[in-house]
Design a protein around this ligand. Structure first.
Ligand code: ATP
Ligand code: MG
Length: 578
């Protein structure tokens, strides 16, 4: 067994100079706009373009041949100004909505930031969504303009475009050898060429809407969460406290901008810190990822448990072919990070992986293992400065009670008022209101806090299993299975059972070089029983080639369950193609 804590040898970094933490102090580090206005794109781009970092590379798209494309802060300012002017010329005004349906091309980044400058609300979509999820989101979000490419337009939007009453323009970004002159669309390059590269940023207020993000759809139909420009404070603060960004860092966030991590931390946060951010526009490939880490000299890497598990699956030999001398901090979000994965980082990349927790609704990282903290593998860390988290239990008849006793299971709640908090679920006011009890936001995740203040994820309230009087979080069972050398991934569900209430069943994907034999199945059942005890160990284990996941990489336990029980699969718009 591994030790239960990784004690950091390095002395904790000195606290940043200046006054103690307050949101006002953070706001003073940004420049703001006259009259108390705040605009994310001004802070992320123009603030640096006007200063000594103007010629520093903001975004870089490495290609396989060792070349690639880069944009400095000054260039990004000019390009985003052009895009803001394009929108304005088309009659798109403050409060209108731009939907982005693109691969991770420069146009996506320019479009998102340019629209924010114009006060236009941005809704990024996964480019891999099919036509129905695209139409549904555009309809719900009343999109006025879409930025896409000819091939994506043809496949995903053309059929429904005419039936979307709010949709006024479709802008096509050029593709290599792509089609031009598609009827009913506008050529972005041509419009950009005519547009001025000067633009007066719209003076949005901190409470004005900035992004519309749909949730991952892990537990049901995705919800549209509306965010505001004031979130810039949270992104800036968490860039420092959770990701330890410093001016010379090369930062790589592997998330797609189609979900909140890919915009908050793949676009906004690194730019707020004036660092260089790597964009990789291709699908996961273990070898290419290691090469990017090595060749681009990535120093801070933000990724997800599913990616780490896939690297683990690819085997340690591959990792050892590469060297990462500049890599100094690795963080992960999106799902519980199994202790085994934290150790794998330590063993194979020379650094433990720092788990952190947040949601589309929170807009930014809330709980994290920060650089100076000792790590308890399996824990998501402690609340960041400016975040107040607690464990609550629901009280009969409504309301909640804060649970002060350490190590008690309950729902994870946050004191409302952090700057990046979502302000609405689109068209679902009642559902939004139900997320709050007084000034506490209820996350829907179950967790516990230990006596040292570390938070431990148990499971989503929807996924927790009640078996023979025990409340079992799938994460605990999955982590125990992952300790076995054959297991690459595990997904655990509760299956109705007349005796137990729910019976624990595990679906297991194996690492390469392991075969799904009956002997291995029995061995895994025995391993889990030894680790967890009979009450919590799975009674059934089934092998799977891979597990159903959302496009943001989360295991969809509700689908495992629906398939097991022969029930309807519900909304599968975010399901990754398998
Ligand atoms: P939906 O709300 O549509 O079902 P979703 O909750 O997966 O989808 P996101 O907002 O992308 O959509 O994900 C947030 C959720 O992801 C959290 O509520 C939590 O359940 C899970 N999560 C994120 N980070 C962690 C983490 N570090 N440890 C455990 N769970 C995490
Ligand atoms: Mg959710």
């Amino acid at each position: 067994m591994r030790p239960s804590i990784i004690v950091k040898n390095a002395a904790p970094p000195a606290p940043p100079p200046g006054p103690p933490f307050s949101w006002d102090a953070i706001a003073r580090e940004l420049s703001g706009l006259p009259g108390g206005a705040l605009n994310i794109a001004h802070e992320a781009v123009d603030r640096h373009a006007a200063g000594p970092r103007a010629d520093h590379v903001a975004l870089t798209w490495p290609d396989r041949a060792g070349g690639g494309k880069s944009l400095t802060y000054a260039e990004l300012k000019r390009q985003t100004n052009r895009f803001a002017n394009v929108l304005t010329t088309l009659g798109i005004v403050r409060g209108d909505r731009l939907f982005v349906l693109c691969g991770r091309s420069p146009e996506l980044y320019i479009g998102v930031l340019g629209a924010l400058k114009a006060g236009v609300i941005v809704c990024p979509l996964f480019s891999a969504f099919g036509p129905d999820p695209v139409r549904m989101r555009l309809e719900l979000g009343r999109g006025n303009v879409v930025l896409t490419t000819a091939s994506l337009y043809r496949r995903k939007l053309q059929k429904s475009a005419a039936s979307l009453p709010d949709l006024r323009h479709v802008l096509l970004a050029a593709e290599p050898d792509g089609e031009t002159g598609v009827p009913g669309t506008l050529d972005l390059d041509a419009l950009m060429a005519q547009a001025s590269d000067e633009f007066a940023v719209v003076p949005t207020g901190p409470d004005d809407p900035s992004f519309l993000h749909f949730t991952s759809g892990t537990t049901g139909t995705p919800k549209g969460a509306l965010h505001v420009h004031g979130a810039a404070l949270m992104h800036y603060a968490t860039g420092r406290f959770a990701l330890d960004l410093h001016p010379d860092d090369i930062f790589w966030c592997t998330a797609d901008p189609g979900w909140v991590t890919g915009t908050s931390y793949g676009i906004v946060t690194p730019l707020l810190h004036g660092v260089t951010s790597i964009v990789d526009d291709a699908d996961f490939d273990a070898e290419r990822w290691y090469r990017i880490l090595q060749e681009q000299g990535v120093s801070v890497w933000y990724t997800a448990p599913t990616a780490i598990r896939m690297l683990m699956k690819a085997g340690p030999e591959l990792a050892r072919k590469y060297r990462f001398p500049r890599l100094r901090f690795i963080a992960s979000v999106g799902e519980p990070l199994n202790p085994e994965a934290v150790w794998w980082g330590q063993d194979n990349l020379g650094l433990p992986i720092h788990d952190n927790w947040w949601q589309t609704e929170t807009g930014g990282i809330m709980i994290a293992n920060t650089i100076g903290m000792d790590i308890k593998p399996g824990s998501m860390g402690k609340p960041l400065p400016g975040v107040e988290a607690c464990i609550v239990s629901r009280v009969e008849g409504g309301g909640v009670r804060i649970v002060d006793t350490p190590d008690t299971d309950g729902e994870l709640a946050l004191r409302a008022g952090w700057p990046s908090m979502f302000r609405a679920y689109l068209n679902q006011d009642e559902r939004y209101r139900k997320c709050f009890a007084g000034d506490l936001y209820l996350s829907g995740d179950l967790a516990r806090r230990d006596a040292d203040g570390y938070f431990w994820f148990i499971g989503r309230a929807d996924d927790v299993i009640k078996s023979a009087g025990h409340l079992v979080g799938p994460f605990e069972v999955e982590s125990a299975l992952m300790e076995h050398p054959a297991v690459a991934e595990a997904g655990v569900i509760g299956k109705p059972d007349p005796v137990l209430g729910e019976m624990i069943k595990a679906f297991v994907a194996l690492k390469k070089d392991y075969a799904p034999t009956e002997a291995l199945r029995l061995e895994l059942l025995g391993h889990a029983r030894k680790r967890l005890g009979a009450a919590i160990a799975p009674k059934e284990i089934a092998f799977a080639e891979s597990l159903p996941r959302t496009r943001s990489g989360k295991i969809m336990r509700r689908l495992l369950k629906a398939r097991e029980l022969g029930l309807p699969e519900g909304d599968t718009s975010t399901l990754e193609a398998m």
